[in-house]
Design a protein around this ligand. Structure first.
Ligand SMILES: Cc1cc2nc3c(=O)[nH]c(=O)nc-3n(C[C@H](O)[C@H](O)[C@H](O)COP(=O)(O)OP(=O)(O)OC[C@H]3O[C@@H](n4cnc5c(N)ncnc54)[C@H](O)[C@@H]3O)c2cc1C
Length: 391
């Protein structure tokens, strides 16, 4: 039987992925007693936040994300200072698409309206600047110099260190098994029972497992993502003069293809498909979890067409998970019946860069503080299929 812990925490955060850690960071910064509970021993690679390099940039079709990125860059820089760890490498981000592509135009609009430095590159300029990319379908480019690489694993470790230095508590290897709503909210794990004034659920692809007993189910779809690395034919040819990129090529694939210059594995560029197959998060690493490799075939065609200097078969394949919502926007909201239970979920493959502000918003929701951002795009009530039947 789980033993009871005496202290009343200001908040318990379930899940020490990047969103849970940034939530914990904001609680700790504001001198609140916070406890983070993580089912696996840290560090681990079983969720969505592990890896050496994730993309950061200000380029979005939706202006609300671009607005949030201003503060995200500041908090990432603050964390670099506090931890004494370099977490960001500026490479620029290139958006590659035909100039009549609606996402291309929307991104240009957003960057212009928000006053974000960028350049619209015609095919000739693009080709001159990046001779190692073949513009297979006559693409143009948007150049966002703020783009770059976030060192994800280092960021998680830095955050966890700073949270502890600020007095926050992190218990790993402790799986949450039950949540009893109320004031205080009671949380039982495999080893103990805790109480807190509020609870934040940032459990990534596992989120709905917690919400079922709390009477709601959100339209969250865990997807298995094959993370593919492609070998340079000539070592170094895609390392220096090569940016992070996002390509929209509807003729080839309904979802984006994105990539990151060679870094974590010398001589290998990371090129991934922004979609995957449905998966049960507890079975992600079973050999039978995803026999369908259509995504990898799409990537092979893309690499063959656009990167003549890369081998068109992946040299390494790893696994990660997205948790997608139907509109690919996040869910940042309170439980409809339990105001001290806050949910941060559905980061749809683009949540890492935004996590500094996501954590701030989840903190503000938990503490009934004035909200720094308009949360209309993130409310769960936007979904028709949001299931409150059993409330
Ligand atoms: C291949 C890939 C590439 C990506 N690239 C980018 C990118 O370039 N840029 C970008 O901004 N974003 C990117 N993302 C998205 C980003 O990584 C995610 O949005 C983000 O990591 C989500 O974090 P999270 O904390 O919500 O989830 P997670 O990292 O999954 O964390 C949830 C945590 O909850 C824990 N948990 C679950 N159940 C329990 C329980 N019962 N008890 C205790 N703990 C529990 C889990 O173990 C896990 O650690 C990428 C994602 C993938 C998979």
């Amino acid at each position: 039987m789980a033993t009871a812990h005496r202290k009343l925490f200001d908040a318990i955060v379930v899940g020490a992925g990047i969103q849970g850690c940034f939530t914990g960071y904001h609680f700790a910064k504001n001198k609140k007693n916070v406890l983070l509970l993580e089912q696996f021993l840290l560090p681990h690679s079983r969720g969505s936040s592990h890896g050496q390099s994730w993309i950061i940039s200000k380029s979005f079709f939706e202006d609300f994300y671009t607005k949030m990125m201003e503060e995200c860059y500041q908090i990432w820089a603050q964390l670099e200072n506090e931890s004494g760890t370099k977490l960001y490498r500026q490479t620029g981000l290139l958006m590659l698409a035909k100039k009549d592509n609606s996402e291309f135009q929307d991104t240009l609009d957003t960057l212009s309206k928000q006053g974000v430095e960028h350049r619209n590159l015609n095919p000739e300029e693009l080709q001159r600047r990046f001779p190692n990319i073949r513009l297979a379908r006559g693409e143009s480019g948007i150049w966002d110099p703020s783009g770059g690489v976030l060192f994800a694993d280092k960021a998680l470790k830095a955050l966890q260190d700073v949270i502890r230095q600020l007095g926050g508590v992190i218990h790993d290897g402790e799986k949450v098994t039950e949540i009893k709503p109320g004031y205080p909210v009671t949380v039982t794990t495999t080893t103990r029972t805790y109480q807190a004034k509020s609870l934040v659920i940032t459990a990534g692809p596992w989120t709905n497992q917690f919400l079922r007993p709390l009477g709601i189910q959100l339209p969250l779809q865990p997807l298995l993502i094959n993370v593919c690395y492609w070998k340079e034919k000539v070592p170094g040819s895609y390392a220096e003069n090569f940016p992070c990129f996002v390509a929209s090529v509807p003729e080839l694939a309904p979802h984006h293809v994105y990539g990151i210059p060679a870094g974590e594995y010398p001589g290998m560029v990371k090129v991934c498909y922004h979609h995957g197959n449905q998966v049960n998060p507890d079975e992600r690493d079973c050999p039978s979890a995803s026999p369908d490799l259509t995504d990898v075939q799409v990537l092979s065609s893309f690499v063959r067409d656009y990167f003549p200097g890369l081998q068109p078969q992946p040299a390494i394949m790893e696994r990660c998970m997205y948790t997608n919502t139907p509109d690919k926007n996040f869910i940042l909201d309170k439980h409809p019946s339990h105001a001290n239970i806050i949910i941060g979920a559905g980061f749809s493959g683009h949540g890492f860069k935004l996590s500094p502000v996501v954590g701030k918003i989840l903190y503000e929701l938990s503490t009934e503080s004035l909200l720094s951002y308009d949360l209309t795009p993130f409310r769960m009530s936007r979904f028709q299929s949001f299931d409150k039947a059993s409330l």
